[in-house]
Ligand binder design. Structure first.
Ligand code: ATR
Length: 320
């Protein structure tokens, strides 16, 4: 059977096997898809043994996108621009590197019906994730500003992409159509110090994905943004681009996205409650799977969440 895989470290939580298996089922393709773990210095060895076993293609995730970029024998123009490879096609002795992240993001923004052409788009962060999405966003006509905590990194990015504007994170103004969080701040547990006025009247997208439709970054904008989305759709769309490269067929992404996403919980705020973690007033919520059964309590201000377990009620708020 034709063999494909995703390689990363860590890799056990990757959703790629579920996504590609669903694509294969829906399009009647006979293939198998597995997770490959490699030590941080073991990308080449693991990939070469996978190819020896008949592997035809790979998705590449952190921390190996640069190793893949250096290892392939040919590069697609978007991978060259991104200086990173997230998809590899094996064709005889050819190892062709692609980057489908930016195409995946653009496809998801279109699925959300967010207008892109001539829109003022702010990207927070100037690291590898931003490099992966810039060219496809420029290609669809976005007017892009990149803001980064370390200004020199934004300057270096502007040398590679002269049509972007740059700004330092603490000098941002308001007036954006779309804001994309491409920083690793919340993933690495640090605070993203951007004034919430920056997000007023903007649609906000977080490249981080979640199965319940929200992230700590988006939760903090609930009162100011006009629309929000986390990155699960981008994950599915970039996978669909890879599937198309390998199999020449475009799978239906919407059905796979619905299959992955758990139903969005209903959220109700508790009037007069104070968070016992951060002391914020009126920011405590309860989430329900349905209208009857509360399952989680949390604080929107500090992001603290706690589950209710069976008959035990874990009270995380104190009445005023
Ligand atoms: P990735 O591959 O996820 O983009 P990366 O290349 O390490 O990871 O880049 C991380 C990005 O998140 C950088 O732009 C970084 O800003 P700096 O260049 O100033 O380090 C940004 N970032 C990480 N933590 C942040 C924080 N707490 N506030 C603002 N930006 C942060």
């Amino acid at each position: 059977m034709d063999k494909y895989a995703v390689i990363g470290n860590p890799i056990e939580h990757s959703l790629s096997p579920e996504i590609h298996s669903a694509f294969a089922t829906h399009t009647d393709q006979n293939l198998e898809y597995e997770r490959l773990w490699a030590p941080n210095d073991g990308f080449v060895k693991r990939v070469e043994s996978f190819i020896k076993d008949g592997g035809l293609g790979l998705n590449v995730t952190a921390p190996f996108k640069q190793d893949a970029f250096n290892w392939v024998t040919e590069l697609d123009p978007l991978a060259t621009k991104a200086q990173a490879v997230n998809t590899i096609q094996i064709d005889g002795n050819r190892r062709i590197g692609f980057n489908t992240d930016g195409l995946g993001l653009v496809a998801d923004l279109k699925r959300l019906d967010w207008q892109l052409e001539n829109q003022k788009l702010l990207i927070l962060g100037a690291g590898g994730a931003t490099m992966g999405i810039l060219q496809p966003l420029l290609d669809v006509g976005c007017e892009i500003t990149v803001a980064n905590r370390t200004y020199s990194k934004a300057e270096a990015l502007q040398l590679l992409y002269p049509s972007i504007q740059i700004c330092s994170l603490d000098k941002l103004h308001t007036g954006w159509d779309i804001v994309i969080n491409s920083t690793s701040a919340m993933r690495v547990g640090s605070k993203l110090a951007v004034d919430t006025s920056v997000f007023e009247h903007a649609k906000c997208y977080d490249l981080t994905y979640s199965l319940d439709g929200t992230t700590p970054f988006l939760d903090s904008l609930i009162d100011v943004a006009t629309d929000t989305s986390e990155g699960l759709g981008m994950l599915v769309e970039q996978a669909a681009e890879a599937f198309f490269i390998w199999r020449g067929i475009r799978p239906d992404t919407q059905s796979v996205l619905s299959q992955l996403r758990v139903p969005q919980p209903l959220r109700r705020f508790i009037a007069g409650a104070k968070c016992h973690k951060c002391g914020a007033d009126d920011r405590i919520y309860v989430e329900y799977d349905d209208l009857k059964t509360p399952n989680t309590q949390g604080c929107l201000a500090c992001g603290y969440r706690e589950s209710r377990d069976g008959t035990t009620t874990v009270q995380i708020y104190e009445p005023k």
